[in-house]
Design a binder for this molecule. Structure first.
Ligand code: ARG
Ligand code: ZN
Length: 869
């Protein structure tokens, strides 16, 4: 039943040309497909198709007799076909009723498509697999009224009137592409236009299509698009290849965005922005997703994947490319910290639980379940390690080799690694272990200093715990970037392999080894795994004074932040005196050389979910209480400093979304957040001061970033001021769906005893609609993923949020399995939890499993979570 990598067979037929005609109708769209086939292997012709009503079928112009073909719920098989032939089918589909948001569906009265990974088969019968590449010509026909824009991939080659007040457009895509990159959009849209001159001097028309009246909100995405296009030319030598590049924003979308050739389709939440409706985090995400989808034009579209097991060939590489772009635009250290935070928050738990899977999985039931942080983020880390090991010049040569060699083809991860072998002459086969093994490796570093010989010997050992169906693991190559400092934080040089160094990158490829640094001055403080040079868990025994030395002065900002996080974690989980931590934090905040964005990051304590990864068994109540207490203590100790720094930052008169301005806002809001953490334990005078501060922050906020920060600050006060602000916010933004999403999200993420009943109420609010994924995720995902204290019911016995989440998963699974399945992960870590959470989470999973009708998506993940597969 599951699809396995080892069962891969090359396709038996090529499709040299694909001509599609769409006669659009909300409930009865007719799709005609003329496919020119050529046999290149053996076996019958098997096309994939789901929920299609076949109207006609012709082979080389002649109707096929009913006994000449066979139809099942998922396939169309024709037994005897010539070596070359044209197959013409006409099918009927119902876009209006399609709430899976996959295939052709309607969103706000418009037609749009989502085909990756296996949605094209809901549009027409086709060999819907990424290694069948074809040239597409697409004719779209619809009524003129309501559907002035008719869009598809490539270039517009013809348009005109059709009968009965209808019109048509014909699009031709000159590049071969797999079916998952097909796209069609039709409807009423406003367009924001610009042009870009490419490195070879061609002019490309850029068009972003959005809801009518919203085109001004596409300006930032357009700016990000132009910067991305130029960056890809400079950093990777990749030029855009069509004369037109279009993006369309839609409200109803299962995930972030999609890289269809020449016609990207975006979730509106990742495209539309202006200061009154979007936060700095939104701007940042828009910039990175616009870049990500654009970069796919080469890493994904020009070079695509042979099969879906190779998904990370395009996704890992493209994430790595978009992270590089964001780092260049917004600062390397801050970007790295954010990327590592995201990796740890989303990918490490995957690796540590029953849903652990390799970056290249070996089997699946539904590939949609594998659009995971492991494939995206861990996949990106592997590319980053390769670059670290070969250096930037060789990396660029390897990527040039990869793009040139595989242009126009469907490639594999082996092909990717071979490009590194081709340009270096070295053997990269051990790197495949990173792709085929699940689990986060542990790297244990044991330093021993010889004061007489002035040598520092480092024992380096790696191990990876067993994961489902992978009991033993082979070593992986781990690049360990390291340097040393003195106890007062001054960088020290040292000898390694006969040279004097300030920093080295040693690649550990065995299970363990020892390396020796020479000419090491007294009492060295080791700074290992700088810039997070590998996605591993670092274990190191050292005196606390060493950690504080790095907190105060590591020249690697990543490790400075990392050390602060570890110290905070130890304070929260193991107790101790917060005074030294408060001192070091104060020194950091007062350090004029550090960027505001960095200070904002270092002020944020590890999240409750992050702390849960370092506690066995996990006790969410203890984590919540201790973290809150440490934060309150730091708040009380540092209050005068925080208040001075806060007062010294003047909000900008005119809003600009650039990184530096955003960094200033981030710092001011982080200062407010830490001050507010002292509310619960403060005396009455301080409480009214804090309450006034939060209210004033809200009243003066002239942008969404500050408004949301103020609303979170008011959460600590709760009661009247908070409720009044929430009501005012709703009244002001009730016609802005993207902002109302935030209103739902904020309330769902509030760590407060009343939240569960509030969420229940909100799920019956007139504006709540589980058929709109953005709205549904705002409420349900925020409870499950961003509100551990309420999700795990730490405020009152038996008040878990699990039941609510299960009901929601089952409701949505009836019409949108892809989106429903995403939430199963939130319960999958139950074995790591203490009683009674563990039993209650497991019971919740069992309730899902026992439901009378489950999609393959939800069934696959739930069964795995319960070890039933
Ligand atoms: N390729 C898209 C992107 O990374 C995501 C497609 C997600 N598809 C899915 N079935 N989950 O930009
Ligand atoms: Zn992608």
């Amino acid at each position: 039943r599951p699809i396995r990598l080892t069962d891969y067979k090359a396709p038996a037929y090529r499709v040299s040309a694909t001509d599609l005609t769409f006669r659009l109708d909300p409930t009865a769209t007719r799709v005609t497909a003329r496919l020119r086939f050529e046999r290149i292997g053996d076996g019958p012709l098997v096309l994939l198709g789901e929920r299609l009503k076949l109207i006609t079928i012709k082979l080389d112009g002649a109707d096929l007799a009913p006994d000449a073909y066979e139809i099942t719920a998922e396939t169309l098989t024709i037994h005897d076909v010539p070596a070359q032939f044209v197959l013409e089918t006409e099918v009927e589909i119902n876009p209006q009723d399609n709430k899976t948001l996959e295939g052709l569906y309607m969103s706000s009265g418009r037609y749009c498509t989502q085909c990756e990974a296996e949605g094209f088969r809901k549009i027409t019968y086709f060999p819907d697999r990424p290694d069948v590449l074809s040239k597409y010509t697409v004719r779209v026909e619809a009524p003129k009224a309501g559907f002035p824009h008719l869009l598809s991939n490539g270039n517009l080659i013809e348009q005109g009137d059709a009968e009965a007040d209808r019109h048509y457009a014909v699009w031709e895509d000159p590049f071969n592409k797999p079916s998952y990159l097909f796209a069609l959009v039709a409807g009423e849209l406003d367009v924001y236009e610009d042009t870009l001159t490419t490195m070879s001097g061609r002019t490309v028309d850029l068009k972003i299509y959005v809801d009518t009246g919203m085109s001004a909100r596409a300006a930032y995405a357009m700016d990000a698009l132009k910067r991305s296009m130029t960056w890809d030319e400079q950093a990777y030598g990749r030029e855009y290849d069509l004369d037109l590049f279009m993006i369309v924003a839609v409200r109803d979308f299962n995930f972030g965005a999609m890289e269809n050739k020449g016609l990207n389709i975006f979730n509106a939440s990742l495209l539309l922005a202006d200061p009154t409706t979007a936060t700095d985090a939104d701007y940042e995400r828009i910039e990175s997703v616009v870049a990500h989808e654009y970069f796919h034009n080469w890493s994904g579209n020009r070079v695509t994947c042979r099969d879906w097991f190779q998904l990370c060939l395009k996704e890992g590489l493209t994430v790595y490319r978009d992270q590089g772009f964001s780092a260049d635009e917004r600062g390397h250290a801050v970007q790295r910290i954010k990327d590592v935070k995201a990796l740890r928050a989303r990918q490490f738990p995957e690796d540590a639980g029953p849903l652990a899977h390799p970056v290249r999985p070996s089997s699946y039931l539904k590939i949609d379940n594998f659009y995971t942080a492991t494939i995206y983020e861990k996949g990106a880390e592997i590319v980053g390690m390769l670059k670290t090991v070969v250096g930037p010049k060789v990396y660029r040569a390897a990527l040039d080799h990869y793009f040139t060699t595989h242009d126009g083809t469907a490639a594999t991860l082996e092909d990717f690694l071979k490009s590194f072998e081709a340009v270096t002459g070295d053997d990269f086969s051990q790197w495949l272990n990173w792709y085929t093994q699940a689990g986060t490796p542990r790297l244990k570093v044991t330093p021993s200093y010889d004061a007489v010989a002035k040598t520092l010997t480092l024992n380096l050992a790696q191990s990876t715990a067993p994961t489902p169906s992978q009991p033993t693991k082979a070593p992986v190559p781990i690049p360990v970037r390291l340097g040393i400092l003195s106890e007062d934080g001054i960088p020290q040089s040292f000898g390694f392999e006969g040279h004097s160094q300030t920093e080295i990158t040693y690649v550990l490829s065995e299970a363990s080894t020892a390396i020796t640094l020479t000419d090491v001055a007294d009492a060295p403080v080791l700074s290992a795994l700088r810039h997070f040079s590998a996605p591993v868990i670092l274990e190191i025994e050292e005196p606390q004074s060493h950690a504080y030395a790095r907190f105060r002065g590591d020249m690697d900002p990543f490790n400075r932040w990392e050390t602060a996080q570890r110290l905070a974690r130890d304070l929260i989980l193991s107790g101790g005196d917060p005074a030294p931590y408060a001192d070091a934090l104060k020194a950091t905040l007062l350090d004029g050389a550090l960027e505001p964005a960095f200070k904002a990051l270092i002020m944020a304590l590890p999240t409750e979910q992050g702390l849960a990864q370092d506690m066995t068994p996990v006790d969410p109540a203890a984590i919540h209480t201790h973290r809150k207490a440490v934060k309150a203590a730091l708040s009380a100790t540092l209050y005068p400093t925080l208040r001075d720094l806060y007062d010294a930052i003047q909000p900008a008169v005119t809003f600009s979304p650039d990184a530096q301005s955003a960094g200033g806002r981030a710092l001011r809001n982080a200062l407010l957040d830490l001050m507010m953490a002292g509310y619960g334990t403060a005396d009455e005078t301080r409480q009214s001061e804090l309450s006034a501060l939060a209210s004033a922050h809200y009243a003066r906020a002239d942008n969404m970033t500050d408004m949301i920060a103020a609303l979170s600050a008011l959460m600590s006060v709760h009661g009247e001021p908070y409720e009044a602000a929430l009501d005012g916010f709703y009244a002001r933004f009730k016609h802005e769906p993207l902002v109302i999403d935030k209103w739902f999200a904020l309330q769902a993420a509030c760590p407060h005893p009343e939240t569960l009943s509030r969420i229940d109420r909100l799920s019956r609010h007139a504006d709540f609609d589980p058929k709109v994924p953005n709205r549904w995720r705002a409420l349900v995902q925020n409870l499950a993923s961003n509100n551990p204290s309420v999700f795990h019911g730490v405020f009152a016995p038996d008040s878990y949020g699990y039941g609510f989440v299960v009901d929601q998963i089952l409701t949505v699974d009836e019409f949108n399995p892809m989106t429903a399945a995403r939430l199963v992960e939130s319960l999958s870590g139950y074995k790591r939890y203490a009683s009674p959470y563990r039993e209650a989470m497991k019971a919740a999973l069992e309730t899902i499993m026992a439901a009378p009708k489950l999609s393959k998506n939800v069934a696959e993940l739930t069964a795995k979570a319960l070890d039933q597969k």
